[in-house]
Design a protein around this ligand. Structure first.
Ligand code: FES
Length: 248
């Protein structure tokens, strides 16, 4: 039975009578829960490593004073996701109710889009994509390293989760609207040289991924949190990893 269908349906001024607030509530709750966990994990400077596994929140061991590795890099994914076109839509709807859903009245009367401060800063997303690509490389390096324990190759649930996380993070970053523009934009013709033809092929691939950008955004957030949680549960002795090494 569809419970949402039984809830009374207030018509919006714009005429919407379906239970639009159901999707708003789900999105708002899921986003809040994931953000709270991510914030908590960023400040937990112990239990982020186990055997060859390392939480994706802590891509290296380098520290500056009391700043943990997570605190040194967290601003990159935060700024990248905060300015992401999809996440902007999600948190504008969830937290600012601006608007809460399509065809639902906005709270603000003087809508100016993102043309005034501070929203105009969202344009910096096109630069954060380069930082995200750099972090993605480090991410893949750590995922590859998780397959070697004391120089012996092995597979386990832990590096399986880290691999899935790296794959979905890669799809998320490579489905970015700004990256699509960097790769295929500012060209009058795609067919005039081998370089522009290569750009056309890359732009085409990014465009296919881009059609589901919102889905990749959610999945990659869930996979990174799942990988972090798994490593922490191992490190605190709450669960055991199944792997081919059998030495930890
Ligand atoms: S638009 Fe979402 S990551 Fe660039």
């Amino acid at each position: 039975m569809n419970i949402l269908a039984t809830i009374p349906k207030p018509a919006t001024k714009e005429g919407r009578t379906d239970p639009w607030y159901g999707e708003w509530f789900l999105m708002c709750s899921a986003l809040t829960a994931l953000l709270l966990y991510a914030t908590w994990a960023t400040f937990q400077a112990d239990g982020y490593k186990f055997g060859p596994y390392r939480s994706p929140f802590y891509p290296f061991d380098f520290k500056i004073g009391r700043l943990s590795p997570a605190l040194l890099v967290f601003w990159v994914p935060v700024l990248f996701r905060l300015t992401c076109y999809y996440w902007r839509k999600t948190y504008y709807r969830s937290y600012l109710l601006d608007p809460a859903a399509c065809a639902v009245k906005e709270l603000k009367k003087d809508y100016k889009g993102e043309s005034v401060f501070p929203f105009i800063l969202q344009n910096a997303h096109r630069y954060f994509v380069y930082l995200a690509l750099g972090l993605l490389l480090i991410h893949w390096k750590e995922t590859s390293a998780s397959f070697y324990h004391q120089n012996v190759f092995g597979v386990g649930i832990g590096n399986g989760l880290l691999l899935v996380d790296s794959i979905f993070l890669t799809i998320y970053v490579f489905s970015c609207h700004a990256l699509r523009n960097i790769v295929g934009g500012r060209l009058n013709q795609f067919s005039c040289s081998p370089c522009t033809r290569a750009r056309y092929r890359a732009w085409n691939t990014i465009s296919i991924l881009n059609m589901r950008h919102g889905l990749w955004a959610w999945i990659s957030l869930v996979t990174i949190i799942s990988a972090d949680l798994y490593v922490r549960l191992l490190a605190h002795g709450i669960i055991k990893d199944i792997n081919t090494w059998r030495t930890f």
